[in-house]
Design a protein around this ligand. Structure first.
Ligand code: FES
Ligand SMILES: [Fe+2]
Length: 344
């Protein structure tokens, strides 16, 4: 049996904070999602706080996400049973005076809203022992965000290998994201893999008009920049020089499906004049430029998804076929995935 046979059916370490939705996606209706084969319903209680329950009414096993929020409780659409945020049955509309509420508890999950996303802890242990990855640029006035949702019919290992192996810049030549990567260093421990490449960047954001480089290829000039990529299990983060930072926040759905949120930041750090303007104005600039790299980011994501889904298909058709690998980051990533899965 080859190495690659195991990695594509590897589980996840559930004792981690996963990203399950952008904050803005959860409004007053309950929201269904799947995180590593578990169906979960998110809802906002009357204070706006996010709650997460198993998406299953214990009465007849239908989805609670079909129901509605009443105060701090979630009401099933079918017979109107209600559940509190701890997963206890709290009310049944036709309960008779001599009847007791059934002890039909469902699972609830630790969940928190942070840096523009909803983070959920899937494990049974103490969620306080683990810290979610922070995305400080989300609130910072000097960074412009663009988000692309990546939906991919493949095991999450294919995606993280793609993100760590920067030699795949070849695939994105027409989007001019980066060029000529040369791997210089890989470091790994039981929590993360860090790789450093020398690369060429097309972008230099040092004048206010340089934002136009995101739209007009003719204004770009190749120049050397350090390219750092890190798998901070279970998420990914990358910087290219001073001006770009990208996160990939993972929501592994099951063995052959992965959702992830790619969050790209363009930095305005170089514009010191801008920093002297009132905060309300800087926030206006930040908000009105939100999504300025959308076309590029969606284009990159699409190209990657096509390749990754083909890898998954090829693996399913012939799991024993061997692949050849020259980039040591891929091996390091696979080792970390296995180690973390064993902690699950
Ligand atoms: S199935 Fe949910 S209340 Fe009956
Ligand atoms: Fe890519």
């Amino acid at each position: 049996m080859t190495h690659s046979f195991h990695i594509r059916s590897c589980g996840i370490n559930p004792h981690q904070w996963y990203v399950v939705a952008p904050s803005a996606q959860l409004k007053d209706q309950p929201l269904n999602l799947t995180l590593w084969k578990e169906e979960i319903v998110l809802y906002r209680d009357e204070t706006g706080k996010v709650q997460a329950l198993e998406d299953r009414c214990p009465h007849r096993q239908v989805k609670l996400s079909q129901g509605r929020v009443v105060g701090n409780q979630l009401e099933c659409a079918y017979h109107g049973w209600r559940f509190d945020s701890k997963g206890n049955c709290a009310a049944i509309p036709y309960l008779e005076a001599k009847q007791k509420l059934p002890q039909c508890k469902i699972r609830h999950y630790p969940v928190q809203e942070l840096d523009g996303f909803i983070w959920l802890f899937l494990g049974e242990g103490d969620p306080e022992l683990m810290k979610p990855l922070r995305v400080p640029e989300w609130e910072h006035l000097n960074y412009i965000a663009t988000v692309s949702v990546l939906e991919c019919k493949a095991h999450y290992s294919f995606l993280i290998e793609n993100l760590m192996d920067m030699y795949h810049g070849h695939l994105h030549q027409d989007y001019q994201a980066w060029a000529s990567a040369i791997l210089k260093e890989v470091r790994a421990d039981e929590k993360r893999v860090d790789a450093y490449y020398e690369a060429q960047s097309y972008y230099r954001i040092d004048k206010i008009w340089s934002i136009s480089q995101l739209f007009f290829p003719a204004t770009r000039r190749l120049h050397p920049e350090p390219l750092h990529v890190s798998y901070v299990y279970p998420h990914w983060v990358s910087t290219l020089g001073q001006d770009f930072k990208i996160y990939c926040l993972f929501c592994p759905v099951h063995e052959t499906y992965t959702r992830a949120y790619l969050v790209h930041f363009t930095s305005l750090n170089a514009f010191w004049r801008l920093h002297k303007l009132p905060v309300w104005f800087r926030r206006l600039v930040k908000n009105s430029l939100f999504g300025c790299a959308q076309k590029m980011l969606d284009g990159l994501v699409h190209q990657d998804v096509v390749m990754i889904e083909q890898e998954q298909q090829a693996y399913l058709e012939n799991p024993a076929r061997r692949s050849y690998e020259l980039n040591p980051t891929v091996k390091a990533v696979q080792r970390l995935i296995r180690q973390q899965a064993e902690l699950g």
